[in-house]
Design a binder for this molecule. Structure first.
Ligand code: GAP
Length: 457
């Protein structure tokens, strides 16, 4: 079993400004998190990579940004009003709530630690269904006619816009629609840091295909999505497919695989993405509830049909957490008593690409360093730091996951050259100050993470 690193990560995330608890000064809000300066850069880099892979680099997928609030009938058609619920059990003795289907994994909040129902005076109620959608009201009147929901998935915004997008872009089936956006679920048992939260972001794509060709597209997307996760630098042996059994499969789904990532500890392998063959269920439901035809007309072959949908659905927060867990390492440093903590991100994902450090605060070093930082900042994210011992400054950037440290020393002002120090092997190369941006670009482009001068040119 891989070690449980979540506790270490939660404190590092706060210390370095990746993730803070929401409304912390008021005691925090249950399972809602805020991304700090480094966290927002990291998550944006991941979202940007997804958008590039799914929309920009393809000519058969279009982008969309649908609203969070939708017509309430959408959620009747999708089945969320009647079926998006978990079985809830209350304990009348301690007032805790549990998912009835997860009792075996749950912990009673009272000491000594036991499972719900195991203390002598536990009083568990019969399970009742609890709908996970957040309800609110549209307009100033709070009555049942004004009820709307915060969307529990982004997918429905895509289904209801299927014909709008198809007609506006003149795409031919097979084609897809992709979007990134917030989703909300009133989870009964959120937890494990940002793994299961009540407000989160999804990156979803629905690929519309001709019935009969669906399984071939399904297999292709399954592989493409696994490859995308590998491209983020997630270790191959921490990723696996989990095929939904007949019991897990939604009644309308023809096939479903989760991509699971090993978060370590007791959490272990957990879903970060789902790839689903949803048949024509969603479009057919929306056709029925809206009384609007949602057919595709294939003029070339003189056919009309409701397309099948292959869905890829990944949580931006969950992948960000997986990337942080995968990157975290604590290691000894040869010749030093204290070890170091490193977030060894794929450099393309690193929130800060380069730290710039004058060795001392005199002899023109800060001036040269600030000038260099300003030049690099035009192309890459930079952190300028002149405070404290150089070793400490390197350690701070190791924890932030910064792949390159650039040091300006006594020779730099005379020779106009600097040292580039590499996060992963702590090796160093010397380059002309004028070539720093070009050299960083080459190392980033080649995803080359160790100190040899072969890319200096
Ligand atoms: N449209 C299909 C759909 O929403 P899902 O398996 O319920 O499928 C897809 O969700 C992904 O969204 C999950 O793999 C996960 O990454 C993310 N996700 C779902 N619920 C979440 C939660 N409460 N907190 C964080 N991420 C969540």
């Amino acid at each position: 079993m891989r070690p449980d690193v979540l506790e270490t990560l939660v404190s590092l995330a706060k210390r370095r400004g990746f993730v803070f608890q929401s409304s912390e000064i008021y005691g925090g809000t249950g399972s809602v998190w805020d991304y700090g300066p480094l966290g927002v850069e990291l998550k944006n880099n991941i979202k940007q990579r997804w958008w590039n892979a799914m929309v920009r680099e393809r000519d058969d997928v279009e982008g969309l940004d649908a609203a969070i609030l939708m017509h309430p009938k959408v959620w009747e058609a999708s089945g969320h009003v009647s079926g998006f619920s978990d079985p809830l059990v209350d304990c009348k003795a301690c007032k805790a709530r549990f998912r009835a289907d997860k009792l075996a994994d749950a912990q009673c909040p009272r000491k000594p630690s036991k499972k719900p129902g195991e203390h002598a005076d536990c009083q568990l109620t019969e399970p009742r269904q609890f709908n996970l959608m957040f309800k609110t009201f549209m307009g100033p009147v709070e009555d049942s006619a004004a009820v709307v929901y915060l969307r529990p998935e982004t997918a429905q915004g895509i289904f209801v816009n299927f014909l709008n997008v198809q007609q506006a872009t003149r795409q031919k089936v097979p084609f897809g629609i992709a979007q990134i956006g917030k989703a909300f679920r009133n989870e009964i048992t959120p937890g494990n840091f940002t793994f299961r939260t009540r407000e989160f972001e999804q990156m979803e794509m629905q690929f519309f295909v001709e019935p009969g060709t669906d399984m071939e597209h399904f297999e292709r997307w399954k592989q493409a999505r696994l490859d995308w996760h590998l491209g983020l630098g997630l270790d191959r042996d921490r990723l696996e497919f989990h095929q939904h059994s007949d019991k897990e499969l939604a009644h309308y789904a023809r096939a479903a695989f989760d991509i699971n990532f090993d978060f370590g500890g007791s959490l272990g392998f957990q879903e970060i993405e789902g790839v689903h063959n949803r048949s024509d269920f969603d479009l057919t439901q929306h056709q029925q509830f809206s009384s609007k035809k949602l057919e595709y007309v294939d003029q070339a072959n003189n056919k009309r049909y409701v397309p099948y949908v292959i869905e890829t659905s990944v949580g931006a927060d969950r992948v960000t957490l997986a990337v942080m867990v995968n990157a975290l390492r604590e290691e000894a440093v040869p010749g030093e008593q204290e070890g170091r903590t490193v977030l060894g991100f794929h450099p393309a994902l690193s929130p800060i690409k380069a730290g710039v450090f004058p060795l001392t605060k005199k002899d023109g070093q800060p001036e040269m360093a600030e000038k260099l930082a300003a030049t690099i900042r035009k192309k890459f994210t930079v952190f300028y730091d002149e405070a404290g011992a150089i070793g400490r400054r390197y350690r701070r950037q190791d924890e932030a996951g910064t792949p390159f440290g650039i040091t300006i020393d006594g020779d730099s002002t005379a020779n106009h050259d600097v040292t580039i120090r590499f996060r992963d092997d702590m090796g160093q190369i010397r380059v002309s100050a004028d070539k720093v941006v070009e050299v960083l670009a080459k190392y980033l482009e080649a995803d080359h993470r160790t100190a040899d001068s072969k890319l200096v040119g």
